[in-house]
Design a protein around this ligand. Structure first.
Ligand code: KG4
Ligand code: ZN
Length: 332
């Protein structure tokens, strides 16, 4: 009998539902919340309310698109941690209610593990062990993966995440939230070597992005004193130079990680892996260092339920279920 799982993702501001049948993602729906734009960041209370409104229609469409009836489901999966607690509660309560009504098992999924396993949705897939650079709005990690459910964080950020570095830089440039995709867009037209931002010296496989933010702030203040139109007149070059530095910080540590572990299969994951500069740079570094590189399809990079579904599938096969009193947690 085939394994059919409905997966729900509600860790932050996107409501996602996906259906996976025998390890193949058949539908992956997402409702983005526009309500946060005018506040320059995600407002937790508004996010939970929007999840409440979105979750039923998103789940309905995901089931319809996959051609799966809820009575056929083998299990329900949900994001258990980390994330905004109010958002996680909406998804977990919904998943528990469905699991109880249908009398089927419940699977709790770790959001960051799911970002890594997004690399297993489509072919080709990495071989074990592989290294994954997971870069999102809340995390920046280098993860050593020994099997689908066995992963170890071998490096991480000491302060801001890479996504925050993009978003905070964008804010300094007067761009709306989330600014990461906009920096990506403007950077395409700019010269990445025009302005030099410092690369921090952080020990081991760890990262730091707070110094970069400060240096961008001083750089902009200084130049705007001389020319009030400095940002408008140089936006593409500034974006390209900031993006170039964030990418070099990330990839230099990735090189160090492969040298220290001897691992040659290298993947990226998380919202920032949607960045076109990072995707291109990974390919380039891969050729130079003889890596096999893996990047999830665009729709599986930023938050989505497809990645929750693939993780749930491996957990289902391992018999890794949670009980109806499982609680979501904001921190991992
Ligand atoms: O994984 P994700 O969707 O949510 C979290 O779990 O945090 O990541 C969101 C982050 C945001 O900081 C956003 O600006 C960044 O990913 N991001 C990008 C791009 N697309 C999304 N950063 C740079 N370039 C992009 N194209
Ligand atoms: Zn995420």
């Amino acid at each position: 009998m085939s394994v059919k799982i409905l997966a729900i993702e509600s860790s932050c501001d996107d409501t996602g539902a996906a259906v996976i049948v025998d390890g193949k993602v058949l539908s992956n729906r997402i409702a983005n919340q526009k309500v946060h734009e005018e506040y320059g960041g995600v407002v937790p209370e508004l996010a939970s309310r929007a999840h409440q409104e979105n979750i039923v229609p998103v789940v309905d469409v995901a089931l319809q698109m996959a051609g799966v009836k809820k009575e056929e489901l083998s299990a329900i999966a949900f994001t258990q941690s980390p994330g905004l607690i109010g958002s996680l509660l909406v998804g977990s309560c919904f998943a528990k209610s469905m699991a109880m009504a249908l009398n089927i098992p419940l699977i709790g999924v770790h959001h960051m593990q799911a970002h890594v396993l997004a690399n297993f949705i489509d072919d080709p897939k990495p071989d074990f062990p592989f290294i994954c650079l997971t870069v999102s709005g809340g995390h920046t990690q280098i993860v050593l993966c020994e099997s689908p459910l066995k992963m170890r964080v071998i490096g991480e950020t000491l302060d801001d995440a890479a996504g925050e570095a993009f978003d905070k830089s964008a804010k300094l440039l007067g761009l709306p939230y989330p600014g990461g995709p906009l920096i990506d867009k403007y950077a395409k037209e700019g010269n990445p070597l025009r302005f030099k931002f410092p690369e921090p010296r952080i020990p081991e496989l760890n990262f730091s992005f707070s110094g970069l933010k400060t240096s961008i702030l001083y750089f902009l203040q200084e130049n705007q004193q001389k020319d009030p139109e400095f940002i408008q007149n140089n936006l593409a070059d500034i974006c390209a130079s900031i993006q170039h530095r964030i990418i070099s910080i990330l990839l230099n540590k990735l090189v160090k990680a492969t040298e220290e572990t001897g691992v040659r299969d290298v993947a990226i994951a998380g919202g920032v892996s949607a960045n076109s500069g990072l995707r291109a740079a990974l390919e380039e570094y891969g050729k130079k260092h003889h890596w096999r590189t893996f990047i999830p399809k665009f729709e599986y990079c930023t938050d989505n339920a497809g990645m929750i579904a693939i993780t749930a599938y491996y957990k289902y096969l391992a018999g890794d279920f949670v009980s109806l009193d499982a609680v979501p947690t904001a921190r991992a």
